[in-house]
Design a protein around this ligand. Structure first.
Ligand SMILES: Nc1ncnc2c1ncn2[C@@H]1O[C@H](COP(=O)(O)OP(=O)(O)OP(=O)(O)O)[C@@H](O)[C@H]1O
Ligand SMILES: [Mg+2]
Length: 399
């Protein structure tokens, strides 16, 4: 491999040092990734560079950032496991291919998408401690000379720094989540403090004292629900949770959930209907978590229904392998403009507050669980008519 002059090498390492300093002080992920790909391209004198990250949940390797203007088209594109980047991610080792036409493993679609014909490439793993979190890839060395030992060295050093910077930025995003949570907790906390102070300071007539205590109790419950919901949500979002897939009777589970929520339904004069096939419907899923999904959706159908309304829980075999489950209510509906936001954490439709208490976390948890099963949650709603949530699960194989 040709060697650079000592001066040129020194210059490259100086630049790397400056880049490293910028990387450690940047916590905004988007800016960070952009910095890394551009630095990698400059340091290795290549035509284009990209960062691929491993999805914690699915294990897929996908494009997260690329130099040049086509980056939006390529973002989130998953590369096959038998591509060069796939190999590097799996083996945790560098790969250099000076003539890609001799190697079948390279992913031509990328070059096509960004309008670059790949001739040569180098791909290095991005590691934090011993864990590979992604791949840094550079293609086409300028003047088509082979990659040098310096290129490999520079790219490896940059990629180690980048991996740490990306991990830090992700942790910082998590702490963003925490500050959002703290912000939400302040409202119930403030009223608990205010009402208990009132009770301590003054002689209060018993009737009023009771009403204050009720408020304190409700706000404390709200705090407790928020904390539990938030913990569950951050556990699910971390991607560390695996779904515990078992075969179970959905028919039984639906009856269980209806029994659980019957008292709340009775209070509002609501009737439950189960539209289930005659034979037992069995699915393969995480039973506890699907129970949570059904409880969250059905309790919404109770809370946001009209007095004396109805709730229908339905299952249907869409094909021999799939079961669609829907929860339908005759409630107030969700305004169209709010539909895209209802799965966001803490989001509640503006006038929900006066209607029923809630944390705004229930549907975010539902979405995370359904997505962790590799499925999607659907919603259809019409104001003053009602709402239907539905999702598909895998049918259990016949015994
Ligand atoms: N079936 C429904 N009918 C009408 N509006 C609904 C329905 N389900 C959810 N919503 C609206 O979406 C918002 C978010 O629902 P989500 O379940 O996430 O939170 P929540 O019910 O307010 O709180 P929690 O689930 O913690 O009790 C609700 O506040 C409500 O405005
Ligand atoms: Mg809810």
């Amino acid at each position: 491999m040709p060697n650079l002059t000592t001066e040129a090498r020194l210059d490259s390492y100086k630049r790397l040092l400056v880049i490293s300093q910028v990387l450690t002080s940047t916590l905004e992920l988007f800016t960070l990734l952009d910095l890394i790909v551009n630095a990698a391209r400059d340091l290795t004198h290549t035509e284009a560079t990209s960062i691929l990250l491993i999805d914690n949940k699915t294990g897929d390797l996908y494009f997260e950032a690329v130099t040049g203007s086509k980056s939006e088209e390529i973002k989130r594109m998953v590369v096959p496991p038998d591509s060069v980047a796939g190999w590097v991610a799996r083996e945790g080792r560098t790969q250099i291919i000076n003539d890609v036409s001799r190697d079948r493993r390279f992913f031509a679609k990328v070059g096509e998408t960004i309008g670059v014909q790949t001739r040569s490439l180098i791909a290095v793993p991005m590691k934090v401690k011993d864990k590979t979190i992604g791949v840094l890839e550079a293609i086409n060395r300028s003047d088509d000379t082979p990659f040098t030992a310096e290129d490999i060295d520079l790219l490896n050093t940059l990629s180690a720094q980048a991996a740490i910077a990306i991990t830090n930025a992700r942790l910082f995003q998590q702490s963003d989540l925490i500050s959002e949570m703290v912000h939400e907790l302040r409202t119930p906390l403030t009223s608990i403090v205010a009402y208990s102070e009132l009770m301590l300071r003054r002689e209060i007539p018993p009737v009023q004292a009771r009403s204050f205590t009720e408020t304190i109790y409700q706000e404390a419950m709200q705090l407790s629900n928020m904390t539990n919901g938030f913990l569950e949500l951050s556990r699910l979002q971390s991607g560390r949770i695996r779904m515990d897939m078992v075969n179970f009777s959905l028919t039984d589970l639906i009856h269980e959930v209806m029994m659980l929520l019957q008292p709340q339904a009775d209070e509002r004069g609501l009737t439950f209907e189960a539209a289930l096939p005659d034979q037992v419907v069995a699915v393969t899923a995480d039973r506890e978590r699907i129970r949570q999904v059904l409880v969250n959706l059905t309790s919404n159908a109770v809370k946001y229904n009209r007095p004396n309304g109805a709730i229908t829980l339905q299952t249907e075999l869409t094909d021999p392998q799939h079961v669609r489950i829907s929860i339908k209510d005759t409630g107030r509906g969700i305004p169209e403009k709010d539909l895209p936001r209802i799965f966001e954490k803490f989001f509640r439709v503006a006038d929900s507050e006066g209607y029923a208490t809630g944390t705004g976390l229930g549907l975010s948890i539902v979405k995370q669980i359904i997505e962790a099963h590799g499925c999607q949650i659907d919603v259809k709603s019409q104001v003053d008519v009602g709402t239907t949530f539905s999702f598909v699960l895998k049918a259990a194989p016949p015994e």
